[in-house]
Design a protein around this ligand. Structure first.
Ligand code: AP5
Ligand code: MG
Length: 214
């Protein structure tokens, strides 16, 4: 099962990907999480990426394409994958088409989590993350349910970075949806409601045993 999660910042990609990973046992490949891990480790890429993420901008396409290429070549994704946060630009989408083809694979479904702007802003301002495992939590939680680590606010959820994140999503990432529209792979999921309600819609779109529905 090769899935792509698409949606604006705060639309619930990470939340639903976590559920899919637990349910189907396939890796959650989240480029934002990978970049934050590089930043935390202080690598060369992390040093380059840190100010870009803090400002809500995008890391250059060639770096991101290289990152996803290396990740998809790892054997753990042979049974399937859930990609979250990639592609974010049309060149990234075109590169993913080639990459998936070269690996002898194909995308099974693009799950578009559609959420109103007002709701997105509210979710981002209240979100908490686990610095150890990157799981996200709604406001009111204090420690990670999985590893007990004290939750923190993400650097780019601070108000000054939120507006540029939404703006770049609208200008560079909305065209990515158009890239997939003609393929018949897109399932538009109404992102209003509780996490469990949205999970129900995601599972209905996927079908329990790899039988996909639009
Ligand atoms: P990334 O980490 O991918 O951030 P994002 O796209 O802005 O998305 P978020 O992680 O903020 O939101 P989400 O959709 O995962 O929502 P979540 O489930 O947490 O990327 C970060 C940065 O890295 C980018 O800005 C860029 O700089 C760089 N980057 C990454 N990939 C790149 C690429 N390909 N190219 C270039 N640069 C790249 O949910 C949000 C909150 O809402 C949580 O608190 C959650 O608990 C809550 N919530 C979820 N569902 C519900 C619900 N139904 N009701 C109420 N609350 C809910
Ligand atoms: Mg996320």
């Amino acid at each position: 099962m090769n899935l792509l999660l698409y949606g604006a910042p705060g639309s619930g990609k990470g939340t639903q990907a976590n559920m899919l990973r637990n349910r189907f046992g396939i890796p959650h490949i989240a480029t934002g999480d990978m970049l934050r891990a590089e930043i935390a480790a202080g690598t060369e890429l992390g040093l380059l990426a840190q100010p870009i993420l803090a400002k809500g901008q995008y890391v250059p396409d060639d770096i991101m394409i290289g990152m996803i290429r290396n990740r998809l070549r790892k054997p753990d994704s042979e049974a399937g994958f859930i990609i979250d946060g990639f592609p974010r630009t049309v060149p990234q989408a075109e590169a993913l088409d080639v990459l998936v083809h070269d690996l002898g694979r194909s995308l099974d479904r693009v799950l578009y989590l559609k959420v109103e702007m007002e709701e997105l802003l509210q979710r981002l301002s209240g979100r908490l993350v686990c610095p150890a495992c990157q799981r996200t939590y709604p406001p009111g939680t204090t420690v990670c349910a999985v590893d007990g680590t004290l939750l923190v606010q993400r650097e780019d959820d601070k108000t000054e970075a939120v507006k540029p994140r939404i703006e770049i999503y609208l200008s560079k990432t909305v065209p990515v949806l158009e890239h997939y529209r003609g393929t018949g792979l897109v399932s538009e999921i109404d992102g209003r409601g509780t996490i469990d309600e949205i999970t129900g819609r995601v599972l209905a779109a996927i079908g329990e045993n790899g039988r996909f529905h639009t």
